[in-house]
Ligand binder design. Structure first.
Ligand SMILES: NC(=O)c1ccc[n+]([C@@H]2O[C@H](COP(=O)([O-])OP(=O)(O)OC[C@H]3O[C@@H](n4cnc5c(N)ncnc54)[C@H](OP(=O)(O)O)[C@@H]3O)[C@@H](O)[C@H]2O)c1
Length: 323
């Protein structure tokens, strides 16, 4: 068996690192949690990591680390990905890959120059139901697609996501979840779009909504919000069928297995796609990519393309309310 991939984590007290990704690294048979680094330090769960640092660069200088996971605020993704690449480490960086497409491009170039792998930690596609949704949307099962809609809202308390200097905003935080399945349905970038947003916190979009026209008969809409109750929903309507996913389409758990399909005849069907751990699938896949055993399922170019769309939507958005 190949040697395990030795991981380091920058910002190890991060909620998503602690809750999901560090446990997934520890559970993965082809990975090892070699080191953690926390600038705030203190007493926090290190999940058996061999080394712990209070300085991110010290972790990058550790020769016992092959790859780093970066769960830092969005504004720090660029700096620490470039530094990691320069230290020869492969990088799994949290979503959004960067605060905008230009920064993500710089990160991709740095990793290419250093000959290391860069992947955005967008975990949703690693769930069996996401694979099922992708095939329903792209295999013509719904006939000619006419409408699709993504909703992802939740109430966000005090957080760096309300700060524009930290790469905050609802579109940056939630856009990848809402837009990726819409782009899969449209099979291209939209031909036309418009957007609206409210501005809150220290000057970020608290609610961002948009409408996309793919120029092929499919129109779509989405809403991302920090100002509303928790809600996740995806729907798509075609000439032969319509689907809805109400049970966490974007952050599915082991229990979230079903796609609800209404046939043209009116017959209703619940497709059981099975459950899975998205974070476990992502960690296992990243280790396989680093070893050259798998082709990346999400390339930096795809993340840059999505950020380019988001940058354009944000530039064009009408402000409908300011707190
Ligand atoms: N894939 C997912 O399911 C998912 C879910 C939530 C968030 N995310 C992404 O993960 C990233 C982190 O989100 P999070 O909710 O985990 O954030 P968080 O709990 O606030 O953690 C961020 C960590 O970054 C470090 N940090 C360094 N400089 C900082 C600064 N100036 N302000 C605040 N923290 C700083 C801190 O770790 P130390 O003090 O230990 O160094 C902090 O604990 C974001 O990019 C977010 O979009 C992904």
């Amino acid at each position: 068996m190949a040697e395990p991939l030795r991981w380091g984590v920058l910002g190890a007290t991060s909620r998503i690192a602690q809750k999901a990704v560090m446990p997934a690294i520890v559970a993965d048979g082809s990975s090892e949690l070699a080191a953690v680094a926390s600038r705030s330090g203190g007493d926090y769960p290190t999940l058996g990591a061999k080394s712990s640092y209070d300085d991110y660069q010290a972790l990058l200088d550790d020769e016992g680390v092959d790859a780093v996971y970066i769960p830092l605020p969005n504004s720090l993704h660029l700096e620490w990905t470039v530094r990691a690449a320069e230290a020869g480490k492969h990088v799994l960086c949290e979503k959004p890959l960067a605060s905008n497409a230009a920064e993500a491009t710089e990160m991709a170039l740095a990793c290419t120059r250093a000959g290391v792998t860069l992947m955005e930690a967008y975990m949703t596609p690693f769930h069996p139901r996401s694979e099922g949704l992708h095939s329903v949307l792209t295999a013509g099962r719904l006939g000619r697609l006419r409408w699709a809609c993504s909703t992802f809202t939740f109430p966000l308390a005090d957080d760096h996501r309300w700060n524009p200097d930290m790469g905050g905003g609802a579109l940056l935080d939630l856009g990848v979840y809402c837009l990726s399945p819409l782009l899969a349905a449209g099979e291209a970038m939209p031909a036309r779009s418009d957007a609206s947003m409210t501005v809150g916190g220290a000057g970020v979009d608290g609610t961002f909504s948009g409408r996309l026209d793919f120029g092929n008969g499919l129109s779509a809409a989405f809403v991302c919000s920090f100002e509303a109750p928790f809600m996740q929903r995806f729907e798509a309507i075609g000439t032969d069928g319509a689907i809805t996913i109400d049970e966490r389409p974007f952050t599915p758990t082991e229990e979230d297995r079903f796609i609800h399909l209404t046939h043209r005849s009116g017959r209703m069907e619940s497709i059981d796609c099975g459950g899975g751990n998205t974070y476990g699938g992502m960690v296992e896949h990243f280790a396989a990519v680093v070893r050259g055993e798998a082709r990346p399922r999400r390339t930096p170019a795809e993340a840059i393309e999505l950020l380019t769309l988001q940058d354009g939507l944000r530039r064009a958005a009408r402000v409908t309310a300011e707190d």
